[in-house]
Design a binder for this molecule. Structure first.
Ligand code: KG4
Ligand code: ZN
Length: 378
């Protein structure tokens, strides 16, 4: 029999922590990009659009309506019966608790009914591992996670081995995009809308702040930027209308300010990452040149932004880093990344008990594997 690390696993993933109801089935070995046999992502954007943001109660109900069907569809598309599954990986947090509960209860019920191991996955670990869905990405790497709910810089040293280098002290980057878009009446979700409007605007028209710029601890702050946008707009509009020209120029100025903050904070995180333990030591790393681990992974919905990607590309060129960005479908919330985290955990025999609790808050650093690497891989 193959050891767990060499075995091929088939895993169902379930994701319901925000406003995407998603299921996916992967097949593969630990550490290798898996075959994605099937995936379904049902966005609830239409349910929330009238409110200009995700309404937790509506999201939870929509997950309850959509999830069973999404799972059935993935099994059908993968032409698999449940007895072929080796594990069910489900987001157990962090996120909107109603949605997390729907997913986790469903995952537990299926694990029990089908007699398949359960893997309770941290949503952030899914994002952290998402580049490995399509490209073999060796540990360690520096992760910039920029989504609607999260804005973090993390040193990813291995599965379950994460060090938080910086985080936001108020809003997440995606949240700043969403709130700023709402302010200008550009619709929801705000990120793609701002990027579209910005493409025709002048980024130098408005002078906006770059909060925390230059500070050595790579934290983020975006709420002041949003306030500055409101003030600058009030001044520019006066008694007149908010013209398309103003919207375009403000979208471009805002996007440029966010890009500056992200690249400056990431540059500071690179320095910390290079001092860190995962970068300098660990199995197999010593023999390789240090530059081999100069790798920045950008994940989360905001990583879909082309302007921000090019700013990060320029930073990486300057610092000698390789930039890895998952394909857009895996930058935003999806179940394939949850299934991948589950597959990796399954290969380490890090199974979850059926009474595992959902968590609205769950820092990535609290996902350490209970079983040491050497013992679990056998
Ligand atoms: O990762 P994600 O799908 O969900 C969360 O876990 O939050 O990220 C959604 C966030 C939203 O705030 C959305 O406005 C932002 O990502 N986003 C973008 C772009 N596309 C999505 N932000 C900037 N530019 C984009 N093109
Ligand atoms: Zn997410």
């Amino acid at each position: 029999m193959h050891s767990r690390s060499k075995r091929t696993w088939t895993v169902l993933g379930i994701e319901t922590s925000c406003d995407e109801t998603a299921a996916a089935i992967l097949q593969g070995q630990a550490g290798e990009p898996p075959a994605i046999l099937a995936e379904v992502v049902r966005s609830q954007i239409d349910d929330h659009i009238a409110y200009g943001g995700v309404v937790p109660e509506i999201a939870a109900r929509a997950h309850a309506d959509l999830l069973d069907r999404a799972i059935a569809q993935t099994l059908k598309a993968a032409t698999l019966t449940p007895d072929r599954l080796d594990g069910i990986a489900v987001t157990a947090g962090p996120g909107l608790i109603g949605g997390v509960l729907v997913g986790l209860m469903t995952g537990k019920a299926l694990a029990m009914a089908w007699d398949v191991p359960l893997l309770a996955v941290n949503h952030l670990e899914g994002h952290a591992l998402s580049p490995r869905l399509t490209v073999k990405t060796e540990f360690p790497y520096l992760l910039l996670l920029v989504s609607g709910g999260h804005c973090q810089l993390v040193s990813v040293q291995g599965l379950g081995d994460y060090t938080l280098l910086g985080t936001t002290i108020d809003d997440a980057a995606g949240e700043a995009f969403d709130k700023t878009a709402k302010l200008m009446g550009l619709g929801y979700p705000g990120g793609p809308a701002i990027e579209r409007w910005a493409s025709r605007g002048d980024p130098r028209r408005f002078t906006l702040p770059r909060p925390l710029f230059g500070q050595s601890r790579p934290d983020f702050s975006f709420s002041g930027l949003k306030t500055a946008v409101r003030r600058a707009l009030d001044l520019a509009v006066g008694d007149g209308p908010l013209t398309d020209r103003l919207r375009q120029d403000m979208a471009a100025s805002f996007q440029s300010a966010v890009a500056d903050c992200l690249t400056d904070r990431t540059a500071h995180a690179m320095a910390l990452y290079e001092e860190g333990p995962g970068y300098q030591e660990g199995p197999g790393y010593q023999k390789e040149p240090r530059a081999a681990h100069k790798c920045l992974v950008v994940a989360g919905g905001v990583a879909a932004n082309g302007f921000i990607r090019s700013a990060l590309t320029a930073l990486c060129e300057e610092k000698g880093y390789t930039l890895v960005a998952p394909p857009l479908a895996y930058c935003t919330d999806n179940a394939a990344m949850i299934a991948l985290a589950g597959l990796e955990r399954l290969a380490r025999n890090a199974l979850s008990p059926l009474d595992v609790a959902p968590r609205a808050r769950w820092p990535l650093e609290e996902t350490r594997l209970a079983v040491p690497l050497g013992e679990s891989a056998a």
